[in-house]
Design a protein around this ligand. Structure first.
Ligand code: ATP
Length: 249
């Protein structure tokens, strides 16, 4: 379970995230949507413990990300927008290293072979990360997130750079993880994908939450009954800017 309470991230005079609250329960996929610069990556980086919130609190499976970071991070996996990998490890070494960090080496080999096959990396098992293509790096980053049985999964634009088969596999993976009870937050600009995959979406603009709900709820909120998430999103963000008149559900 992921709980975010009144999160603020301030850079000098600029508030990148402003009073953002939401909860994701086990077995839910929630989309975090917003125009460029809305604060999505900043929010995800705060949740993952990479950035320290200026105000507010974040709890992962009940553990505070700042006060109880080690416990909180045990259940968390974060796939960043740009994979952050160790260039001079092989694919296998990389996965093993992550499993070691999370103390899950006992189940490592079985899971590794499954993930390598699923993400088409079996042939690259003994290659250095430095030799991987962009999409392969993204796939390895996803595999690293899944190697330690986290139940709170954060994905920042995970489909970017992945080929169609990989993207399909990743969507199936998210559905599998949801079925297994993971709480999943996915930031994306791919509104078709979000519409198909997410149980609920949170729309942010200029750091603030503009709306939150199911597609049906947001259709009602924006008076766009029966229309696509794209139409609803554009109406709620008014060409990229939050309408102060719209409150969240
Ligand atoms: P995109 O869809 O373009 O990836 P985003 O919603 O992920 O955007 P963020 O990367 O979270 O947006 O950025 C939110 C805002 O915070 C932007 O205006 C950005 O310039 C600003 N910002 C991010 N990091 C810093 C920093 N270190 N110092 C100052 N401002 C920052």
């Amino acid at each position: 379970m992921l709980e975010v309470f009144r999160l603020v991230k301030q850079y000098k005079q600029f508030r990148a995230v402003d009073d953002l609250s939401f909860t994701i329960s086990p077995g839910e996929i929630v989309g975090l949507l917003g125009p460029n610069g809305a604060g999505k990556t900043t929010a995800l980086r705060c949740v993952s413990g990479i950035l320290k919130p200026t105000e507010g609190a974040i709890r992962i499976n009940g553990y505070d990300v700042v006060a109880d970071q080690a416990q909180a991070k045990k259940g968390l996996a974060f796939v960043p927008e740009v994979p952050s990998l160790y260039e001079l490890l092989t694919v296998d070494e990389h996965l093993r290293f992550v499993a070691m960090c999370f103390n899950t080496l006992d189940q490592y080999e079985l899971l590794r072979d499954e993930l390598l096959a699923r993400y088409d990396l079996t042939e690259k098992k003994d290659m250095l990360v430095a030799t991987l293509s962009k999409g392969m790096r993204q796939k390895l980053s996803v595999a690293c997130a899944l190697i330690h049985n986290a139940n709170v999964l954060l994905f920042d634009e995970p489909m970017i750079g992945i080929d169609p088969a990989g993207a399909r596999e990743l969507k199936d993976e998210l559905l599998r993880q949801r079925k297994n009870g993971a709480a999943i937050l996915i930031s994306t600009h791919l509104l078709d994908t979000a519409e198909k995959l997410c149980d609920r979406v949170i729309i942010v603009a200029r750091g603030r939450k503009v709306a939150e709900g199911t597609l049906e709820q947001l259709q009602q909120l924006s008076s766009r009954e029966g229309q696509s998430l794209e139409e609803v999103f554009l109406a709620l963000t008014e060409d990229g800017h939050a309408s102060p008149a719209i409150s969240h559900l």
